[in-house]
Write a protein that binds this ligand. Structure first.
Ligand SMILES: [Zn+2]
Length: 452
């Protein structure tokens, strides 16, 4: 592999932007210095930002039943175009809850993914919760759990899962919405066909109530909880309350909850259907503040594309539309443009919420910062460049909910595993990524994976 020098950029290292050159050699960051460094290939980054590659710990990209939508290859190409150099695959429909299902997804990723990838187990519930210890030994230490349908774990199982997370040092990831509230409204609104019905059926109170339950169980058991795709100010208040009480609870939010409100749901119709639902402008502002204040640790995509066909049925009947949107290519440009360039996030927070904090919480060794010895995962941003989102260029499904929006923050160059992956905003990567074993630092000694 040729060595690459990124010369004289405004480089984010040790928590600050400083003018420096970076040498990437044999897949890793080999040197960071103010003086001139030589290499096989030199990229002039003067006047540009050099940031660690973004990380997304929540992407549904390669479910064996839905490969017509996309696979690891399509998704990781989109990720790189938006500066994401590592992501964690989340189950979509098919469970990853035993050796064979884990090995199959891992092998598919190694064969197809252009970026380094991890895998979450799931969906944990009554039928498989007793397997946490066994899955730990296989190297699976992060588990997706639903508090509601379609993969609901009952209350008695939720507390057991948190107890297991304490005893095994695992991290439990919760889709947090209260099933009682969701069932009540989906029945009450079953005959509605306006585009807001699917959003109004999932109120913020459902999120708040489920998070409060998880928070209490976590406090009682000492379990480790991470709330996925936080969507509301009420949910954020609940998380903050339990953090204050000493629970080990972190969270992520997604660009759509930071950009869109129910006005956009009316405008975009089924193309903005998702779970949790879109909320209001107050929620949007509180979520941005939560990121800047450190109350919310990270941004993820919850990337879950559907085809035009799967979305268009929702114009007649919103209940039937696929609930999910693609997001890998636009996560970083959206947070960069609407967060950093608009002054809602400083540069330190931008890097923390798009890269560093995810690497720390999920234990991704050698990721999340520009430091000697870390993976050669970086991006170079020209602050003057802007481009309109065009889902046709980015995703196999051919659309983005942000189509037509003008964004900055598209990386001019991306290095992934030390290899040039994006050059002058074009995808050029050839090599494949590696599997990342997630090792969340929960204070428990690491279980040695089998076969090592
Ligand atoms: Zn998801």
């Amino acid at each position: 592999m040729e060595s690459v020098v990124i010369r004289d950029g405004l480089t984010y290292t040790n928590g600050i932007l400083t003018e420096a050159s970076v040498l990437v050699e044999n897949g890793k960051i080999a040197k960071i210095s103010k003086g001139s460094i030589e290499g096989d290939r030199v990229i002039d980054a003067s006047g540009k930002l050099v940031l660690p590659g973004a990380i997304d710990v929540h992407a549904h990209t390669h479910d064996p039943g839905f490969l017509y939508r996309e696979d690891f290859e399509d998704a990781s190409r989109a990720a790189l175009l938006g500066g994401i150099t590592a992501y964690v695959e989340m189950p979509l429909v098919k469970d990853i809850d035993d050796g064979p299902s884990f090995e199959e997804r891992k092998a598919d990723g190694a064969r197809l993914s252009y970026v380094d990838f991890g895998i979450h187990a799931g969906f944990m519930r009554a039928k498989n919760y007793a397997r946490i210890g066994e899955l730990n030994k296989l190297g699976l230490r992060t588990f997706k759990v639903f508090t509601c349908r379609p993969f609901q774990a009952e209350d008695g199982i939720l507390i057991k899962l948190l107890a297991e997370s304490e005893s095994t040092g695992s991290l439990m990831l919760f889709h947090s919405e209260d099933e009682g509230i969701l069932s009540y409204y989906s029945e009450l609104f079953a005959e509605r066909r306006d585009q807001l019905c699917v959003h109004e059926a999932r109120p913020a109170e459902a999120e708040e109530l489920a998070i409060s339950k998880i928070g209490s169980y976590s406090l009682l058991t000492g379990g480790h909880a991470h709330i996925v795709h936080l969507s509301s100010a009420l949910g954020l208040e609940a998380i903050s309350r339990f953090k204050g009480l000493g629970a080990d609870i972190t969270s992520e939010t997604c660009p759509h909850y930071l950009i869109f409100t129910r006005k956009d749901a009316e405008r975009l119709g089924p193309y903005a259907k998702m779970a949790p639902s879109l909320k209001g402008q107050h929620d949007v502002e509180e979520l941005w503040k939560g990121l800047q204040s450190g109350k919310i640790e990270m941004v993820t995509t919850d990337h879950a594309p559907g085809t035009h066909e799967e979305k268009d049925v929702g114009y007649k009947n919103p209940w039937q539309a696929w609930g999910g949107i693609p997001g890998l290519a636009t996560m970083f440009p959206l947070i960069y443009t609407e967060g950093f360039e608009r002054g809602r996030l400083d540069v330190e927070t931008l890097v923390k919420v798009t890269s560093e904090n995810a690497a720390k919480r999920f234990g991704m060794l050698g990721k999340g910062s520009i430091s000697v010895g870390n993976s050669g995962d970086l991006m170079i941003i020209d602050r003057t460049y802007e481009r309109v989102v065009d889902g046709k260029e980015l995703y196999k499904v051919g659309w983005s909910a942000y189509d037509g929006m003008k964004l900055k923050g598209w990386p001019q160059h991306v290095l992934s595993g030390g290899e040039l992956a994006v050059e002058d905003w074009n995808f050029v990567k050839k090599g494949r990524g590696k599997f990342i074993e997630l090792n969340p630092p929960t204070g428990k000694p690491r279980v040695q994976p089998q076969g090592l």
